[in-house]
Ligand binder design. Sequence first.
Ligand SMILES: *Cc1c(COP(=O)(O)O)cnc(C)c1O
Length: 486
Amino acid sequence: MSDNSAQTPNADLVSSAYSQALEVIAAVEPRVAEATRKELADQRSSLKLIASENYASPAVLLTMGTWFSDKYAEGTVGHRFYAACQNVDTIESLAAEHARELFGAEYAYVQPHSGIDANLTAYWAILAHRVEGPWLKNAGVKNMNDLSDADWEKLRHEFGNQRLLGMSLDAGGHLTHGFRPNISGKMFHQQQYGTNPETGLIDYDALRAKAKEFKPLILVAGYSAYPRRVNFAKMREIADEVGATLMVDMAHFAGLVAGKVFQGDEDPVPHAHIVTSTSHKSLRGPRGGFILSTEEYAPSVDRGCPMVLGGPLSHVMAAKAVAFAEARTPAFQTYSQNVADNAKSLAEGFLSRDAKLVTGGTDNHIVLLDVAKYGLTGRQAESALLDAGVVTNRNSVPNDPNGAWYTTGIRFGTPALTTRGFGHDEFDKVAELVVDVLSNTEAGVNKAGAPSKATYKLADGMADKVRGISAELLDKHPLYPGLELS
Ligand SMILES: *Cc1c(COP(=O)(O)O)cnc(C)c1O
């Protein structure tokens, strides 16, 4: 049983808080109140398998709706560009303290607005620490403004000529890890590492060889669609061998780190110089980002706002403090272990029905299904599943023959439904429903009658049948049980 299958704490209070809040909103713009009600109903009635989504607690959600939103607080705790930040200082210090304790980090910066913002802030912190600092020292000046215009141009050139090595998008990396069209692929000379085409696993020897040849300033580890654990001790060894800063982006799997499912070599915090993350995925907090670092990098990380980031979202920082406090409880560790166990159940459910999985399984919270054997693209599979009330997202598989738009994979994640209390039997049923939908979907043709990568035909009656069975599962494990809007 999962920790969250019980009644929502303070369900009556939460019900009246939201009912009244919606009344206040409806008095100004009823359509917003209505869409907000409908969003809850929709989330309650769909099988959410999107690997990057979750359901935050009412305490976390309620914390975001306050007057902290009205406050400007550029700068850092005790060192603000704005007056009257004493209460923001309180909540930012609390969020950072909880983050340090939760992850065993030397330093925590909780201002980034999202995972992408955290990565951008981290990149500039590394450039400040490794390029700007030594440059200014060499030039014998303290401050960039003291450089001559000619020297400033030289320094700008240095910033723009650094190297970054990250995991490629189609191997499961993130856009911000050096994908060419992303800002990270433009601000750095970039190269990418992938996975072994046979096994689908990261090939550390190939990665080491590439790092030795390319000599990156930054080695980025972390992923959005890799269904396996990473050895961060080995990553650090490789970074040290080539003098790179190791940055780990744990946006997806932070909950498994917080919940102590990933320990030792699989815990990025003791091994990386800088760790970036979101707070809203497996960590189950508010939508946002944060950075953990060593003392060495802390002064550079602190310059995030206002040098890279806009003013901090104080209401969200307050919610991060609440979510990190929740993640420090034994119940969260149980939850995280359930997330990983449930991913195994889902993978076994697929394999026992002859489905093909990238890497042949999972040992984190992600399962990546290759849909080629059903004669479908990822896009067709995603749409057919959605018609049946199963919410997933299409995803590339390594060396995807259909490219990044149509793709050949469907990515599943267990964090959200585990929050609802789904366990082994429910995830096995989910695998059965998915295979049933895909086996009963045919690829369509375009207007000219040629095979299409987008259109499809789901067998008559399938959508209703699957929706009926999912509704039973969802009714057994309600979202926010006891929360009723009047
Ligand atoms: C989701 C994700 C991000 C981006 O997070 P946002 O909050 O959407 O900006 C960055 N890196 C990785 C690895 C992710 O999975």
